[in-house]
Design a protein. Sequence first.
Length: 149
Amino acid sequence: MGLSVHSDEHFMKEALKQAQIAYEEGEIPVGAVIVCNNRIIARAYNQTEILTDVTAHAEMIAITSAAENLGGKYLTDCRLFVTLEPCTMCAGALAWSQISEIVYGAPDLQRGFRRLNPSPLHPKTKIKFGVLETECKSLIQDFFSDLRK
């Protein structure tokens, strides 16, 4: 029986599930999954409030989990799916991990890494954005709207 290949939307929906967990726990709702050989090897969501750690972004937790899963620090054959454009801190960590591709849903116009020139990413890293952008953006907007009530 052949291996089924999942779409970018499939994996972004998995990242959105992680973001929903963050939302329910009072965290800024960002979720991430790391995929290797068409299989999710790490799932994470923002935990900065829970862990009282400003570095506990979904991407950082996912990188650590994926590296542990693979038994090495480089993620050269992996893809990150994250609901919000990574910040510069996360982009730096992703560069060090040498991840093959970053796919994100919604842009972060205030803190996203794309504001920087030159890019902080590894030169070989591919970038794709806008996957399920409406759903990803809505979750963030709903969170901050609820926060202001």
